[in-house]
Write a protein that binds this ligand. Structure first.
Ligand SMILES: Cc1cc2nc3c(=O)[nH]c(=O)nc-3n(C[C@H](O)[C@H](O)[C@H](O)COP(=O)(O)OP(=O)(O)OC[C@H]3O[C@@H](n4cnc5c(N)ncnc54)[C@H](O)[C@@H]3O)c2cc1C
Length: 231
């Protein structure tokens, strides 16, 4: 295994351009747990020391550094309660203290802890790649499939209250559905099936598939009742 240690984000994205098969390494909770003997030639670009982990007020919103840990987000008193709750969906204390928001968003797992809540709070990602810097809404980032940019920070534009839910057989089991809303912004992450972003009924366009977390019909039902009482 090769681990590169760039001294700046600019140097990191240049390394990524030179070694397209490499991966950025932040908390390592997902990347390192996937490693096995056959991955001995893997190349990682360690960005954990060069990314900000600060969570601070900025304008009308809150900026979260890409290296902020889920545990810090869960503890932050300047973030809406439902975003803090989403970070707490990682039930393991050790993983929560290690896992970063940048890594969580970049993974874009359909059972994502953070992506539904970030969409609900109208979050914008600040990205850096070899082509320069740009801002992208969280749903646009997920749909773009971009694996070359570094998520430098996440800007929460709306600090309004909301709700976040995670449906799983146990806190440490894979979730069938994660969902969040704030005002009229709704997002659903459906295991094995995809994301839905938009209004309350946006889940209805998803092709719900069956996997170890439950049947397609079960997941569709969960999505339909997640925010049933909200008008
Ligand atoms: C047992 C277990 C259960 C888990 N369950 C869930 C779950 O239910 N839902 C869920 O969402 N996650 C889950 N995870 C995944 C993971 O712990 C979190 O998503 C975590 O937040 C990833 O952050 P990290 O910093 O550890 O990422 P890393 O492991 O360092 O990296 C993960 C990926 O993100 C990329 N990356 C990292 N940081 C950045 C960045 N700043 N910019 C761009 N790309 C970046 C890496 O190249 C890599 O592809 C689980 C992990 C484990 C080990």
């Amino acid at each position: 295994m090769i681990i590169l240690h760039p001294e700046s984000l600019e140097a990191a994205v240049e390394m990524k351009r030179q070694f397209p098969q490499s991966s950025y390494l932040s908390g390592g909770t997902a990347l390192l747990s996937l490693l096995s003997g056959k991955d001995k030639d893997s190349c990682f670009i360690d960005i954990s020391k060069i990314l900000s982990a600060e969570i601070r007020k900025e304008g009308d919103g809150v900026r979260i550094g890409g290296a902020a840990k889920l545990a810090d987000i869960a503890r932050s008193e300047i973030l809406p309660e439902f975003i803090r709750k989403s970070a707490g969906f990682q039930s393991s204390l050790q993983l929560r203290e290690q896992a970063t928001i940048g890594g969580n968003v970049a993974l874009a797992r359909f059972d994502s802890y953070m992506i539904p809540s970030l969409f609900a709070s109208d979050a914008v990602l600040s990205l850096i790649s070899a082509d320069g810097t740009r801002d992208l809404q969280v749903d646009e980032y997920v749909l773009s499939g971009d694996k070359d940019s570094i998520i430098e920070s996440v800007y929460i534009r709306s600090l309004s209250d909301g709700e976040a839910k995670r449906f799983a057989r146990a806190s440490h089991a894979h979730a069938a559905l994660t969902a969040a809303h704030s005002g009229k912004r709704y997002a659903y992450g459906i295991s094995g099936s995809g994301f839905a972003f938009g209004d309350k009924d946006s889940y209805s366009t998803v092709d719900f598939s069956t996997d170890l977390t439950g049947s397609g019909d079960y997941k569709r039902y969960l999505a339909s009742v997640s925010f049933k009482e909200v008008r």
